[in-house]
Design a binder for this molecule. Structure first.
Ligand code: PLP
Length: 440
């Protein structure tokens, strides 16, 4: 199948010319899967430089939450740019304070919070880790296998969704111990409840045999694991983790960089589980595409940071704050509910598709953070990695932008404003791409 919107074989001539120039001067380290060269976008649609139109179900890795170039976000950025482009975090300005007030008003932790501003997810994680060490005076951390938290040295020491992210960079930050993320589809422990088994492992194996609990500053976890495969933890797991942390005076950090800001149909994924963290990292969807990250923490913790303990140059950039304020407004009033409603429809349609394609082993997720794991066959559950790559590639050629995660999971993270019509179009392309890839 080739979409009516794809006019030239891909990559087209203009895309090819740019790829050629780029290969000479740009780092080859970017994990690029297919040659999409963007010209412009509107909502959930994007066009390449050769005039081909695609549906964007990757949204710049879950960033373009309000869709490409939402007029209200663009206007907010323009208004801010007319006033000033930068002042540095040594000073104050209205939009930065308003954004911290807004996050406090959203009440993510059931008690007052304070915010630290930065530019990216990895930096938000670094800030969260530094805060945890600073306020506890403890040095160790626990992270989760399959987790992704960024690629700077501190966050990289937790990142473990792909071996290539680590290879060649050792040593990273010492003191991080990884435990399995509970995965009911691929259980590592005996028993039905993988969440309880992981908690038992931390408490009764790790803390007894290797890691003194009183030396652990924090446990860092994605409340829904992103790059590791769009895994939703079993009921009770995050509640149990909260209790475990409280028993040992350990802080709980939720990395909501991918799952936050309406992506799962709630403002933060943690709300699905009724668990509040002590510290939360935000970025991606927060700025609709402008680079902004935040460390949000209980006021009782962040107020302990002394002057000069942590800072940066660009944190709280006025254009980024303007984009985030407009984004939060749209997500709060419209798109969070849309993500829940359209996400449920999408999930049901994917489950129907599973009935037609035996290679779809598992469909999971919340809101518009949905994953479809491909397997060689449903009994062995061997990950169908090549098929997954082929489907993503075919989907591109058929006019749909997708990304994978885990070993063989296709993830769907479209802008939060998509309609059922967009979903229907994407599903038709997806089904055709599955057929194409299986026939290859
Ligand atoms: N944390 C999570 C959960 C992420 O998904 C990512 C990026 O994919 C990051 C942190 C790192 O964000 P950035 O790429 O902005 O540094």
């Amino acid at each position: 199948m080739q979409s009516a919107h794809i006019k030239t074989p891909l990559p087209g001539p203009k895309a090819q010319a740019l790829l050629k120039r780029d290969a000479l001067v740009t780092s080859p380290s970017y994990p690029r899967d297919y040659p999409f060269v963007m010209s412009h976008g509107k909502g959930a649609e994007v066009w390449d430089v050769d005039g081909n139109r695609f549906l964007d179900f990757a949204a710049g890795i879950a960033v373009c939450s309000t869709g490409h170039s939402h007029p209200a976000v663009v206007q907010a950025i323009k208004d801010a740019a007319d006033e000033f482009l930068h002042i540095s975090s040594d000073y104050w300005h209205e939009r930065q304070t308003a954004l911290a007030e807004k996050i406090n008003a959203v009440n993510p932790m059931g008690e007052p919070v304070m915010s630290f501003f930065c530019q990216s997810g990895t930096e938000a994680v670094e800030g969260s880790l530094k805060l945890a060490r600073y306020v506890t005076g403890r040095s160790r951390f626990i992270g989760f296998l399959g987790g992704f938290h960024g690629r700077t040295m501190g966050s990289l020491s937790f990142t473990s969704s792909k071996y290539t992210q680590q290879k060649g960079f050792f040593p990273t930050m010492p003191g991080v111990t990884h435990v399995p993320y509970p995965n009911s589809y691929r259980p590592l422990f005996a028993g039905e409840d993988q969440g309880a088994a992981v908690l038992n492992y931390i408490e009764n194996v790790l803390f007894k045999a290797n890691v003194p609990a009183q030396e652990v500053a924090a446990i860092l976890i994605e409340p829904i694991q992103g790059e590791g495969g769009y895994l939703v933890p079993p009921d009770g797991f995050l509640q149990g983790l909260r209790k475990l942390c409280d028993r040992h005076g350990i802080l709980l950090i939720f990395d909501e960089v991918q799952s936050g800001v309406g992506r799962t149909g709630k403002m933060f994924a943690s709300e699905h589980f009724g668990v509040a963290p002590d510290i939360m990292s935000l970025a991606k969807g927060l700025g609709s595409g402008l680079p902004i990250g935040m460390v949000v923490a209980k006021k009782t913790l962040m107020e302990k940071w002394q002057r000069g303990a942590h800072g940066n140059t660009y944190g709280g950039n006025p254009l980024c704050c303007a984009a985030a304020l407009a984004t939060l407004d749209l997500v709060d009033t419209q798109y969070r509910a849309n993500a829940a409603e359209v996400g449920t429809y999408f999930m049901n349609q994917l489950r129907d598709l599973q009935g037609r394609f035996p290679c779809i082993g598992h469909v999971r997720g919340k809101g518009l953070m949905l994953g479809m794991e491909l397997v060689e066959d449903r009994s062995s559950k061997i990950p169908a990695t090549k098929l997954c790559d082929a489907v993503v590639n075919r989907a591109f050629h058929n006019g749909l932008l997708l990304l994978s995660c885990g070993q063989s999971t296709i993830r769907f993270m479209p802008p939060l404003m998509i309609s059922r019509t967009h979903v229907d179009e994407a599903l038709a392309i997806l089904a055709a791409s599955l057929e194409d890839a299986q026939n290859q």
